[in-house]
Design a binder for this molecule. Sequence first.
Ligand code: AMP
Length: 279
Amino acid sequence: MHVARTAESARSIARALPHPLGFVPTMGALHGGHLRLVERAGAENAAVAASIFVNPLQFGPHEDFARYPRAFDRDCETFERAGVSLVYAPSVEAMYPPRFSTSVNPGAVANRLEGVFRPGHFTGVATVVLKLVHAIEPATVYLGQKDAQQAAVLRAIAKDLDLAVSIVVVPTVREDDGLALSSRNAYLSPEQRAAAPSLHRALAHIACAVASGERNVANLLVQARGLLASPLAWEYLEIVDPQTFEPAAGFEAPALAVAAVRAGPTRLLDNEPIVWSAN
Ligand code: AMP
């Protein structure tokens, strides 16, 4: 497995790998969710490249950039065992040298929900993913459904900017109790961890209630918010159009129940697709 520290070396190594090439961007502190993306990329491509980069541009000034978990050596072993051929892991200085000043301004989907609570977050994500994609030149980028709005933002960018990449979104990997795997779960106290699965229960309740005929969005939201266990506190819990992240107009088209909650200083995100069927 190659480890590249600059865009130039990542590009020359990537070009020499068998193609098509699948690419899995990460911030490291790997868990089974990341590995599911690698597995899928491996099944659909001749080689897999991944990146490890905790991107300061996508963290707000009071967010967890400094304390975000970092486990570089263990992550490299994990990627190697999973069959990854190239890990691109630039330093912050290599990614953003002095006088770096360009950014990618994503469109409307970036201004909703996460974009409201984390101003500038998606500009940081868009800028770094565009740089990573230019370094690796993959045929396909693999993203997690867990960060559904991120995937929608990146899909819009790929389309609007004519990127020659496909985007595949992989279903969320969960603990047995329903909690979505996340590097940030390591921050949770025992009390917060015990409450955390209620986030997915609340979102799954919406999907179940819609499947059994409930169509009143206001009722659904009140019920779901009521299912969140203390000390979880929601920042948003909504039913949206999965492409635009605008409030869903109804259940005639695909919809997504999506939420961000706080567990003390830690933010947890999750979502559940709503499968509509006439009944
Ligand atoms: P991160 O390292 O948190 O930036 O995540 C890197 C990629 O892994 C993103 O595309 C995430 O959406 C994806 N991911 C994170 N958690 C999960 C999960 N539980 N299941 C599937 N994909 C995930």
